[in-house]
Design a protein around this ligand. Structure first.
Ligand code: FES
Ligand SMILES: [Fe+2]
Length: 437
């Protein structure tokens, strides 16, 4: 299929069903990369990854374009195209590290300041009287159209017309706030490496699964049962094993529990489930952590921070966070039937180390390819990708609680087992894909 007219794209997403080609057609995937991933604010990295001047982190902003996040000598963070201005070689090949003095291209040795400006072109005399402007800004490493940072989370966009980051985050910004506010010092920092996990399916499946509360009691049934059986065997004093095992059973919560947690949607495709309560609401609060929070915030504010309890938050299309766990997952699309998900763990500054241990434990138990929960989800994504090739039907449905969503100021709220999350995502999908930002 070649590039679609807006009308044709519009017809792929109806109010209660989606044409399967949205998940299987590589020309639609290319359009998504251009119109969604080329316009939305995409999560690049966290400022704590690059604390010193010359520290850098590299990634792709979409399925192929390499970008470089680097801190300069004035402590400013820049997001630059990772492409030499001379003949296009990637300037930095490593994922992360530190550069001393200046960035130097490994081909002909052009050097750049950390803000991307050109510093030196070797044997410059050869350009004399050629019409080449040695000082021209086209010789700089080019910045992305926009980049910005909110509470340490660095985003960038390839589009200069996308609204500013804070406006784009909208009401959903409260979830980044809650994640950071859970630190007694009000800041988080990346801890440990990044866990990368290849998925042989379309990138949208994981986003649609985040607030899909009709699946956990089915897909994760066997591991929930095993964890519950295991907990019954634990002696009273086995607190360490208990706090590990207690992460699993909430995934088997009832339809009623999930329904009551609710889903909240925002413009640009962002949403979360939970708020007043979630499957993370009943974790043990470690006494030393509680003490540090009380000292930092006082009782009322501490209770308020704990009581905002989301499960999965999506900043469409690239970032999903778990506030209460201090874990984020980052989506990196590769092709129509392949993407990589990255799991990042954060330390709450000012909190005891056991909080980080729980975050890492969660990532290992739930998100990793060797974990007990994530691989269940991956298995159903794979089945969907393979099943959608079938000529049995061209459509998937998302009717649940259609017509019952309620607008409340800047947001739309609905039942926790509804397809409000799908309606939110595909409302944004249509807007991006048809140029109606
Ligand atoms: S390609 Fe970078 S200096 Fe030539
Ligand atoms: Fe799941």
């Amino acid at each position: 299929m070649d590039a679609k007219s807006n009308k044709l794209i519009d017809e792929l997403v109806e109010p209660t069903r989606i044409h399967k080609s949205v998940y299987t057609d590589s020309s639609i995937f290319e359009l998504e990369m251009e119109r969604i991933w080329g316009q939305a604010w995409i999560f690049i990295g966290h400022e704590s990854q690059i604390p010193e001047s010359g520290d850098f982190f590299t990634t792709n902003i979409n399925h192929r374009e390499p970008v470089l996040m680097i801190r300069d000598k004035e402590d400013c963070i820049h997001v630059l195209h990772n492409r030499c201005a001379h003949k296009g070689a990637k300037i930095v090949e490593e994922r992360n590290g530190n550069v001393r003095g200046a960035l130097r291209c490994g081909y002909h040795g052009w050097t750049y300041n950390f803000d991307g400006s050109i510093l030196n072109i070797p044997n410059e005399e050869g350009y004399k009287d050629t019409g080449f402007d040695v000082k021209g800004s086209c010789n700089n490493l080019q910045p992305l159209a926009q980049s910005d940072c909110y509470r340490g989370f660095v985003f960038a966009t390839l589009s200069s017309s996308t609204p500013p980051l804070k406006e784009w985050l909208g009401g959903a910004i409260e979830c980044i706030d809650n994640l950071c506010d859970r630190a007694p010092e009000g800041e988080v920092e990346l801890a440990g490496g990044i866990l990368r996990y290849d998925h042989p399916c379309n990138w949208k499946f994981i986003l649609e699964n985040l607030n899909d509360t009709m699946h956990p009691m089915v897909v994760h049934q066997s591991i929930v049962q095993a964890a519950e059986d295991y907990i019954k065997t634990l002696p009273e004093e086995a607190t360490e094993h208990r706090s590990e095992a207690e992460i699993i059973p909430p995934f088997g919560a009832s339809y009623t529990n999930f329904e009551n947690s609710g889903i909240t949607g925002f413009p640009f495709g962002h949403h979360y489930d939970g708020g007043k309560t979630s499957i993370h609401a009943d974790y043990t609060v470690f006494p030393a952590y509680h003490e540090a929070m009380m000292q930092a915030y006082g009782e009322e504010r501490t209770r308020e921070i704990y009581s905002f309890n989301t499960h999965n938050v999506l900043y469409y299309p690239s970032l999903t966070i778990k506030c209460a766990i201090q874990n984020i997952r980052v989506i990196r699309p590769i092709s129509v039937d392949r993407f990589v998900v990255e799991s990042w763990s954060f330390r709450l500054k000012g909190a005891p180390e056991e909080m980080l241990q729980r975050t890492v434990l969660y990532s290992r138990l739930i998100n990793s390819s060797m974990g007990m929960v994530g691989p269940d989800d991956l298995e159903v994504y794979r089945r969907m990708q393979e099943g959608l090739v079938s000529s049995g039907s061209d459509w998937i449905e998302y009717h649940r609680q259609y017509g019952r969503d309620k607008e409340l100021g800047d947001r739309v709220v609905g039942g926790g087992t509804s397809d409000l999350d799908m309606r939110t995502q595909f409302g944004a999908w249509k807007n991006y894909m048809t140029g109606n930002l």
